[in-house]
Design a protein around this ligand. Structure first.
Ligand code: UDP
Length: 240
């Protein structure tokens, strides 16, 4: 292996919410720049990084369908388009500091990005390019967490790193209960049986079936992305 670190190839999931921070315009350029810089420092170590971006900072299909009367599929297509905006923003940021980056979309938008082609994505990674997967799975009724689990399995990434706005998984919601405890490790079974809101069940099941460990960590703490990518202890590890 090229990398001396724990992981050779990782899949980083960045939710839309994490990209937004508390910026009024949906995306905080300081956050995308800090992601870009931390990712740059690990690609230099030879670790291959693929990213799945969410779109919840711009549009969430399910909530719009619920309140507007839009049919769910149309709303979800808008949600998937939102992820493409985030992906292009992140790509442009990464390239502004010299990281070669490709965006691949789950449905064709060939004027703006490559279509998703598994072998091509893997080739980009082998050449040291960062690949950003956009438009989720390409299907309504799914989430970008499921897209992250799916792409992770497809490209044989060894771990799914889920960047969020909290330190990891807690036994109770830390926003509502100040006594909530951060859990360091969890099994997939714990996540499903205790109904811990980590990822949707489809995503958890895909990870479990394919033995993909998941690390949930806080993107807002400087250095955490690097820690997660090189395999240092951070946040919550879901495995086994
Ligand atoms: N979406 C979808 N299919 C997918 C992935 C995403 O329909 O495979 C839509 C869905 O409407 C979702 C929106 O895209 O609400 C944004 O994705 P998500 O909510 O997963 O983003 P995040 O919570 O990570 O910001």
């Amino acid at each position: 292996p090229k990398s001396l670190y724990k992981w050779q190839r990782v899949l980083l999931k960045v939710s839309g919410e994490a990209l937004a921070g508390d910026h009024k315009d949906n995306i905080d350029p300081k956050i995308t720049m800090s992601i870009a810089k931390e990712v740059a420092s690990v690609t230099k170590l030879g670790i291959e990084v693929a990213i799945v971006v969410g779109g919840g900072n711009i549009f969430r299909g399910a909530s719009w369908a619920g309140c507007s009367g839009l049919d769910r599929s149309s709303a979800d297509y808008i949600g998937m388009l939102a992820t493409v905006m985030n992906a292009i923003f992140l790509q442009a940021t990464m390239e502004s500091i010299g990281i070669p980056t490709r965006v691949q979309t789950a449905f064709r938008m060939s004027e703006v990005a490559e279509p998703y082609i598994r072998r091509r994505a893997v080739r980009h990674l082998e050449k040291g390019r960062v690949v950003i997967f956009a438009a989720g799975t390409g299907n309504p009724f799914f989430t970008t967490d499921t897209a992250a689990a799916l792409r992770c399995a497809e490209i044989n990434a060894e771990v799914l790193l889920k960047a969020t706005n909290v330190d990891g998984v807690y036994d109770e919601d830390p926003r509502h209960n100040s006594n909530a405890c951060l859990l360091e490790t969890l099994s997939y079974q714990d996540v499903t049986s205790k109904d811990l809101s980590v990822m949707d069940m489809t995503a958890v099941t895909l990870c479990q079936e394919n033995n993909i460990p998941v690390v949930v960590f806080n993107l807002n703490k400087p250095g955490n992305i690097v820690k997660a990518i090189v395999g240092e202890k951070v946040g919550t590890l879901i495995w086994g």
